[in-house]
Structures are given as structure tokens and as C-alpha cells.
Design a protein around this ligand. Structure first.
Ligand code: GAL
Length: 474
């Protein structure tokens, strides 16, 4: 029999679960909400799996009370949701929609009444469509001011109760998948625009933080930061070239967005390789960006091996879509065929999570880290009212064990949010991927806790779990 070891987390560790507005709310044009770029994208034929959209989504807009009750049953201390900008300001820059404010007020009050701390993300990819069509979206430098204004509306109306703010969710995805590969809204394909868009996203983040710090933080007493996503990159061999390739890949992924905040500018590798196509920060922007995150928000899902590619040689990179602009990096990415895979075809590699946390600790001076997303999609089915998802439990046990090891190694990890509270609209993949701890029947919209949710309840109640010590270590 395998000896099970009790893994207990620090007493103030935050257990949570996460969602985002467009993925769950539905009510796309209810009570004054206007379309976002994701509504338009999903309604463009051929953009999503089976042309699915989230007009109804999980109908969370009407079922939030039931959802909060399910969260409370799961024992989470915190819930990370995002605010739909076009519900608050339908055209992104003008009038405030009182009914939109009322919805989030009700949700926040319901959470607090159930002992759950609200964590609000201001931007999870659903830009008001009018800002795209009339103002050129994230390519327009003016957007930093529009975003700061919207953010200040949120601080003003919700900041008396919301004290955990995340400005942007995964700007890398907006830049690369939205403007590089065009698979996400607004569906543009370019080798240059991702760098321009990333630049404006960073400036917008900094301006929203400046607004919070100048006008709200003292009286409201909250914290504010950004959430970036990053997979781990393990050198394929011990050669210097592969080690450099893995490091380069991480710098193009996470360093792109975190270096300006923690180290004052883009990584040198990016400056060298991207040259004039990489915008430069003004002195003012640099100063605003430096130290503009009170914590390090991290979304992490998987790992790939990285190896060096000869720029003059033949390119055989099947997974470089996951890596950013290949031509600027020349890194080949591969998975290990031995890894168990999720239904996204992402390898389950817990040790990569520990290594990434340690990389962040080393590069950025041991900041407080919140894992604001981690989880897996599986082909879940409901049978006799039950959803048996042992692989999800194994996934979570593995990644939480890695987190525990990282904490033991001095990483200042303070929170863990499972993605996701319930199955939802998985962007271009529509409803075909189920990431939830709760199963959603899209015909009836009924929610059922999966077995992993019942397990997670034990974890949140015991502040830890018994883990089989048979995990692969590297
Ligand atoms: C993240 C994203 C979430 C969710 C998840 C699973 O990148 O923030 O909205 O879709 O991936 O793919």
C-alpha cells in the first residue's frame, strides 16, 4: 500500500474557485448590456466550435444565488469572477448602466453573506464592442484612459466590499491568440500587432493601478495586481542551447508582461530579437509600471519541453501555437508522450508547476503569489446523477502537492483558485470542454457537483489533504 502523507497548508492559505463573465453569465443583451468583442466573434460563423456562443452561457446572471450556495457547499473562502465591462459601460467609455452595477452589487452581497470573499477581475477579454469598432480596441493608446475610467467606476461602486482586484486576465492570450493567431476575439492575425497590443495592455493596467492607489486604496484598504499566464518550459536536453531556449521561451511568455512590472522594462532577449517591432516605454510609463502589482497573479496549466532551433534549419514545430511568435524565438516545443493528457491535450505535469513557481521567486524577488487559475478539462459524463472524475482529483492532488513543495522551498504562495467553479463556454472551443468542478447540463442548465468538488470540499475544510507520495519528480 502506498503511504499517504498529510499535506497541510499555511493557516491563512486561500482556497478558491474562478470563472469569468462572458463564459458564464449569459443575459448577453439583458438589462442594458451591450455586446463585447466576444459576442461578435462567437456570432461570426466559423469562429467557434459548432458556432456556439454564450448568449445564455450558464445563465449565471439569473442563477447567481444558486451558484453562490454551491460555492459555499464546496467550502471555498474566495471566489474569483470578472466584471463585464459592457454591462457597466455599454459603449466602453460613456454612460454607466445602473442595472449592471446592481447585478454585481447583488452578487458581491450574496458572496459576503455566504462567507465568501469576492475577488474581482476587471478585464477577462470581453472588450465592449464599440471600443473595437469605433476606437480600434487595444491598438489605440487612448485605451489606457478608457480602461482606467472604467476601473474607477468599479472601485467607486464595489470597492467598499471588494478588496481584491485583478486588472487584467492573461494579457498574453489577448495579444497572441487575439491579434497573432486570430483564434480569439477580435480575430486578427499579425506578427507585429501582438507587441503593440501587449504594450497598451500593460499601460492600461498601470493606469488603473495608479487610479486605485491615488483615490481608493487608502480608504478601501484593498490590494490590486495583474494575472499573467505561463506554462513551464523544461530544457529538452542539458545542452547550453536548450537551456537558453527554455529560458528564452519563458521570457517571451511571462517575462514579456512581468519584467516591466518587477524589473522596469521588457526582457533583453525580446529587445534583441524583436528589435524595432517591440515598442518602447516612455519614462512616465516605466515609472507607472514599476511595482504596479501588489501580488503576482498566475494562471498555470501545463508544461512543454523546449529546444533550440537553428534559424536557418528546417522548422518542425507542431505545438508552437502555444508558444507565441515562433519566428522571434526559434524554440521548438514538444510534449512527452508518457504524460497523461487532459481533453485540451495538455500534459499533466505537476513538477512543472513547482519549477515555474521557483523561477518566479528567483527572478522577481520572492513576491506573494496567487495561483488565480489551475485545473483541467476532461470528458465528463453524468451517470446516475454522479460525475466520476478521478483524473481531475489526481490532477489537483498533483498540482497541489507541487504547490506544497514550492511553499516548503520558500515560495510565498498564498492562494489557489481552481479553474473552474462550473463547466462553461470555453472560448473558441465552445461548450465542448468541461473544466468545471460542477457539471452543467446545457439543456436544463442544472448544476451537479462532480466528485472532485466533493473532494475539494474536504481539502478546503481540512486546509490540506492526504496525498499519495508516488508522484513523478524531476
Ligand atoms: C485560461 C482562461 C480561462 C479558461 C482557461 C482554460 O487561459 O483565463 O478563461 O478558459 O484558460 O482554458
Amino acid at each position: 500500500m502506498i503511504e499517504k502523507q498529510l499535506l497541510t497548508f499555511p493557516s491563512n492559505f486561500i482556497w478558491g474557485s474562478a470563472t469569468s463573465s462572458y463564459q458564464i453569465e449569459g443575459a448577453a443583451t439583458t438589462d442594458g448590456r451591450a455586446w463585447s468583442i466576444w459576442d461578435a466573434h462567437a456570432h461570426t460563423p466559423g469562429r467557434t466550435h459548432n458556432n456556439e456562443h454564450a448568449d445564455v452561457g450558464c445563465d449565471h446572471y439569473h442563477r447567481y444565488r444558486e451558484d453562490v450556495a454551491l460555492m459555499a457547499d464546496m467550502g471555498v473562502k474566495a471566489y474569483r469572477f470578472s466584471i463585464s465591462w459592457s454591462r457597466i459601460q455599454p459603449d466602453g467609455r460613456g454612460e454607466i448602466n445602473a442595472k449592471g452595477i446592481a447585478f454585481y452589487n447583488n452578487l458581491i452581497d450574496e458572496l459576503i453573506a455566504n462567507g465568501i470573499t469576492p475577488w474581482a477581475t476587471l478585464y477577462h477579454w470581453d472588450l465592449p464592442l464599440a471600443l473595437q469598432t469605433e476606437k480600434d480596441g487595444w491598438l489605440n493608446p487612448e485605451i489606457a484612459d478608457f480602461f482606467a475610467r472604467y476601473a474607477s467606476i468599479c472601485f467607486e461602486h464595489f470597492g467598499d466590499r471588494v478588496t481584491h482586484w485583478i486588472t487584467l486576465n492573461e494579457p498574453w492570450v489577448v495579444a497572441i491568440l487575439g491579434y497573432g493567431e486570430g483564434v480569439f476575439a477580435p480575430g486578427r492575425t499579425s506578427k507585429n500587432e501582438p507587441y503593440l497590443v501587449a504594450h497598451q495592455l500593460l499601460r492600461a493596467h498601470a493606469k488603473a493601478v495608479q487610479c486605485y492607489r491615488q483615490k481608493f486604496q487608502k480608504t478601501q484598504g484593498g490590494t490590486i495586481g495583474i494575472t499573467n499566464n505561463c506554462d513551464w518550459r523544461e530544457p529538452l536536453t542539458t545542452s547550453r542551447a536548450d537551456k537558453d531556449a527554455a529560458e528564452r521561451s519563458l521570457e517571451f511568455f511571462l517575462g514579456w508582461f512581468a519584467d516591466p512590472i518587477y524589473l522596469g522594462d521588457y526582457p533583453q532577449t525580446m529587445k534583441d530579437r524583436v528589435g524595432d517591432r517591440l515598442p518602447r516605454f516612455s519614462k512616465e510609463d516605466k515609472a507607472l509600471l514599476k511595482d504596479s502589482s501588489d501580488f503576482f497573479g498566475l494562471n498555470h496549466y501545463t508544461t512543454l519541453y523546449a529546444s533550440d532551433v537553428d534559424p536557418n534549419g528546417e522548422v518542425q514545430n507542431e505545438v508552437y501555437g502555444n508558444g507565441g511568435i515562433f519566428e522571434d524565438q526559434y524554440v521548438q516545443l514538444t510534449a512527452d508522450p508518457k504524460w497523461k493528457m487532459t481533453s485540451m491535450n495538455w500534459g499533466i505535469v505537476p513538477w512543472g508547476c513547482r519549477k515555474l513557481l521557483e523561477w518566479i521567486r528567483n527572478r522577481y524577488g520572492n513576491p506573494p503569489i496567487y495561483i488565480t487559475e489551475n485545473g483541467c478539462a476532461l470528458d465528463d459524463r453524468i451517470e446516475d446523477g454522479e460525475i466520476r472524475d478521478p483524473l481531475r482529483q489526481e490532477f489537483l492532488e498533483g498540482y497541489l502537492t507541487a504547490c506544497h513543495e514550492a511553499i516548503a522551498n520558500g515560495v510565498d504562495l498564498r492562494a489557489y483558485f481552481v479553474w473552474s467553479f462550473m463547466d462553461n463556454f470555453e472560448w473558441a472551443l465552445g461548450y465542448s470542454k468541461r473544466f468545471g468542478m460542477h457539471y452543467v447540463d446545457y439543456e436544463t442548465l442544472e448544476r451537479t457537483p462532480k466528485n472532485s468538488a466533493i473532494w475539494y470540499r474536504e481539502v478546503t475544510q481540512n486546509n490540506g489533504f492526504r496525498a499519495a507520495d508516488d508522484k513523478e519528480h524531476l
